[in-house]
Design a protein around this ligand. Structure first.
Ligand code: URA
Length: 439
């Protein structure tokens, strides 16, 4: 410990300091966070400290120091042998299959994606779960194989390990049960500690805003984006954030196999416009971070979808991680639940709202997500948005389709979707997908 004053402070002193609105030094944060990670600071003291942070906040310097302490609490990936490394992170959404499309686009653009991805929790999906709906594909690679694949293919994805930023895993579990998750410095440090430990030089953040996201207003999303970009700058990384709408699910599909099918259509240049635009926008951010002109970058990003080069990268990536590439060319073979049901419009008019949170919860009710870590999921179930906000419907017309297995969770899923569906006589104002940028 470098600071002789903080060396003298006990854990109760440090809790009291934050309770009274004080600012911690890096050494104090090491005492708390590393002590907690090693099991020396008990849950009850850390819970009290987390609540003090929740109520008192943290300065930008303090948030950056906390992030660095968390990032260095375990292993750190060394991507130094790879060129132009880029990572992408989404703060979590419904129907968010962006990584499936964007990462092969980035690889096709000559950047290197050596990325750690998460599993779905609660109403939000996870990239690893989605990819596992491709038979044979596995997120388990040794570090050597991971790096070699990233070098050879330009794209390698692994699951989150407990050894990387272990402080975050322990802190998140405690935050989850102490009502301290929705706290800006804690969210920013949690996300960025994993990104810093994952080693990429450039990090593109997709900060979701709306009903289906952690941040429900643009102001909150912007504050989170600024905090994360600031942390990256202080840590010497190039971080760019885009704020995007998550009132409505992205694309038309929510549910693992359904989302892989939709991502493959997008990689073929036949995807929904919102998903395509978001992927192009994020790819442009990554290219601009690597010194390219934005207009030129956009043309290059679009070409990867039109000329099949992103799809070819995805096929090579799937095969390298044990997946059967035949599914990439015949996505209709992916397992989708055989039973169908529809939610129909009670009246004619315009679709005003298809609530993302309701759709996410409906997928969960059908068995497509998990309430707790480690639960098994059914990749084949899900929800299809046959109509999106702004579209006209006739009375009795199907608006949402549910893919279920023998009625499991169907009643609850239907009730959730009906509650999240709003129709009106007037067309709503067009939805804006890209709400802002923070660089
Ligand atoms: N995602 C994270 O990784 N951490 C948070 O605290 C919130 C979202």
């Amino acid at each position: 410990m470098s600071d002789s004053v903080s060396a003298a402070l006990s854990v109760p002193d440090l809790i009291a300091k934050k309770r009274d609105g004080g600012t911690h030094t890096q050494a104090e944060l090491e005492t708390l966070v590393l002590g907690f990670t090693r099991g020396e600071v008990p849950d009850y003291q850390m819970s009290a400290w987390l609540m003090a942070v929740f109520l008192r906040g943290m300065t930008p310097e303090e948030t950056a120091a906390l992030t660095l302490v968390m990032a260095r609490s375990g292993d750190q990936l060394d991507l130094g042998s790879l060129k132009d490394t880029v990572d992408k992170h989404s703060t979590g959404g419904v129907g968010d299959k962006t990584s499936l499309v964007l990462t092969p686009m980035l690889a096709a653009l000559g950047l290197t994606v050596a990325k750690m991805s998460g599993r779905g929790l609660a109403h939000t999906g996870g990239t690893i779960d989605k990819l596992e709906s491709i038979p044979g594909w596995s997120p388990d690679l040794s570090e050597d194989r991971f790096l070699a694949q990233a070098r050879d293919v330009g794209l390698a994805l692994i699951g989150q390990t407990k050894d990387l930023a272990p402080a975050d895993g322990k802190l998140y579990a405690l935050r989850d049960v102490t009502a301290t998750v929705p706290c800006l410095p804690l969210i920013a440090s949690s996300i960025m500690s994993k990104k810093l430990a994952s080693g990429a030089q450039t990090i593109v953040l997709d900060v979701k805003v709306g009903a289906g996201a952690f941040m429900t207003t643009t102001e909150q999303g912007e504050a989170l984006a600024r905090a994360m970009v600031d942390i990256g700058r202080r840590a010497g990384r190039n971080v760019r954030a885009v704020l995007t709408d998550m009132d409505t699910p992205l694309g038309h599909m929510a549910g693992n196999s359904l989302e892989v099918r939709e991502a493959l259509a997008t990689l073929r240049g036949e995807g929904p416009s919102d998903l395509t635009e978001l992927c192009v926008t994020l790819a442009v951010e990554a290219l601009v971070a690597h010194g390219q002109d934005a207009a030129e970058a956009e043309g290059r990003a679009r070409r990867t979808l039109a000329d099949g080069s992103a799809l070819a990268k995805f096929r090579a990536f799937v095969a390298a991680q044990g997946g059967d590439p035949a599914y990439v060319d015949a996505p209709e073979r992916l397992d989708v639940a055989p039973d169908r049901a529809e939610v129909r419009a009670e009246r004619g008019g315009f679709v005003v709202r298809v609530d993302a949170l309701s759709v996410g919860r409906a997928v969960l009710a059908l068995g497509g997500g998990r309430e707790r870590k480690g639960e098994a999921i059914d990749p084949g179930v899900g929800v299809e948005l046959l109509k999106k906000p702004g579209e006209r419907v006739e009375a009795g017309e199907a608006v949402l389709r549910l893919y279920h297995r023998a009625g499991r969770g169907l009643e609850r899923a239907q009730a959730l979707l009906e509650a999240g569906l709003e129709l009106a006589d007037e067309a709503p104002a067009p939805e804006q997908l890209i709400l802002g940028r923070v660089n």
